[in-house]
Design a protein around this ligand. Sequence first.
Ligand SMILES: [Zn+2]
Length: 415
Amino acid sequence: MVSRSRFHHSTPGEFANYISSNVTCPANQVSSLLPSNKNRSLLVHSLVSALGILSEVASNGQKYFRVLRPRRASLRELLAYHTRDYLEYALNPSRNHEDQTQVAEFGLEDDCPPFHNMHEYIHLVAGATLTAVGAIKEGSCDVAICWDGGRHHAQKTQASGFCYVADCALAILSLKRAVPLSIPHRKPRVMYLDLDLHFSDAVSQAFHSVNSTVASQVLTLSIHHTSAGFFPVSSLSTLPNPDDPSFDPYTLSLPLKPGASNQTFARIWPIVEGIRGIFNPDFIVLQCGVDGLAGDPMATWNWSLGGPGSLGWCVERIVHEWPGKKLLLGGGGYNSANAARAWAFLTSVAVSPPLPLDTPIPDHRAFPLYQPSFTLDVPAGNMQDQNSEEYLQDVETHYERVQAILQRISSEAPL
Ligand SMILES: [Zn+2]
């Protein structure tokens, strides 16, 4: 157990003040402008604030949380991943959106339309995640949270899948350059674990290497749904196969079938723990997309917030039982009230003990949106779990080979 942990909560725009002073959200809160998730950020931070989680005080009188005002990411920082061409276009508020060739080239169409203050959004969401990363690297906290981050589909050269800036990749690149915490003279290791319903295509691709015979500083593991036509299409989103020439034991994927429930997650969790144990990361970047929860419009999984195998159960294990510093990021989640419930609950998981799931939603401006339950819980629905025993055994078989290979590379070529 982590005791007397200190936490940083990093939010773009004016939310640092908003959360700490419990006043009305400023209208220019940039993260709430994200076209795919309008006002979601406002709901999340309103609920966290209304529940009083950030004012938790430990028995020694110290506050568990420190709310940080994020800085803007600089162009130079954004260039660590994105191309100059994409940034010069996306960050120029006077760009001409009439030019369909450029709009298409940079992915700023369809599910990623340009929007008012998009340039500020890119600077501040990346800046918020990097502010959280900075707090971890300087050692002033054990866990840092940025629910507005977790944009795992943004590509080097273009926006994609509701994601305009690749804060996950930028965070990993920055953590790779941190002073190692646990073992001196060892390069820091970063594990990226993605719990979003969708495959972390851009992050996985960014750190994928076909030269799998040497140890890597970064391991990515995405647990997601994939099927024909389901976004995103990627050759990396299937079960890892060591016989495939492009196999990389540090780029891992664990696809689950429709209806994935707490029971299925509890079943696969030893695989996740096993990978972590072999890789032994100094830093864990956890993408907590909540579009796999029951009640999400994606209607693909049937995951819930509490109980063995739930999202809350997984995050509690990672935060309190895994060694290393943790960065918690947001991601997908298209039932905004449920996203707010989930991220508020996970914020309380970070300080522990977590809020009871039957906690009433406090009276605040967004209160009516939490009907009909008006409680914190996101319970499972009645969708059938199609992850059969046969399929889960197949997953285990694949991962036994992956773990053996990872173990061998780790022992042969320590960093
Ligand atoms: Zn998603």
